[in-house]
Write a protein of this length. Structure first.
Length: 202
């Protein structure tokens, strides 16, 4: 089953849902999504951790309870300790969605976990040495004075770049953003169902 919309359209949709992007046009957000995706691919080509160490030296810790939070989480990077936390219940939930939607050709078994690790590795890079490079690559100026340009931070661009980085490193057919978007939609439907059931019961 071929998923729709494409990765750039999904990225633009994610950007449009962020309050600070409300004043930005759909055309600009699509351009940002395209450029962030391209930057993530370039970053994946530049970043070459040692063979057998896809995390670049980060410690990986597995936990459960990712779906039990007010804001569900698949993984996160703890900057103070350099640790990547993975939430196994969230990963299993996303893997089940891949099967449900018929996307296994795009996301082989185990790729959700691997993509989550690499996504957090990318966030580490994008929060540090490549933060300005991403702003320049996105190419949205906040201020120009003669030749001097201050490049704007576009909220969400780093998320799209991190997804693209993971997809490139793993050779996936689609961005993992597709799976996280499906997970968000599924969890929203579940929350509405629970709310409706509690309303009828009261």
């Amino acid at each position: 089953m071929t998923p729709d919309p494409d990765d750039v359209a999904l990225g633009a949709r994610l950007l449009s849902g962020i309050p600070t992007n409300e004043a930005r046009s759909p055309e600009l957000l699509r351009t940002v999504a395209e450029r962030a995706r391209a930057f993530g691919h370039r970053l994946a080509d530049l970043d070459a951790p040692a063979p057998g160490d896809p995390t670049g030296g980060h410690r990986v810790v597995e936990r459960t309870g990712g779906l039990d939070r007010d804001t569900p989480v698949l993984a996160r990077f703890l900057h103070r300790s350099g640790t990547i936390e993975l939430f196994t219940d969230s990963i299993a939930f996303c893997e089940s969605l891949v099967d449900t939607h018929g996307w296994r050709a795009h996301f082989p078994a185990g790729s959700v976990r691997a993509a989550a690790v690499l996504h957090e590795r990318a966030h580490h890079l994008l929060a540090g040495p490549y933060a300005r490079d991403l702003r320049v690559a996105v190419g949205h100026p906040a201020l120009r004075i003669g030749r001097w340009v201050h490049w704007a931070h576009v909220a969400g661009a780093e998320e799209l770049a991190a997804h693209a980085y993971a997809a490139r490193r793993l050779g996936l057919g689609r961005s993992p953003l597709l799976v996280t978007a499906a997970a968000s939609a599924a969890l929203d439907r579940r929350a509405r169902t629970v709310k409706e059931a509690s309303t009828w019961a009261s």
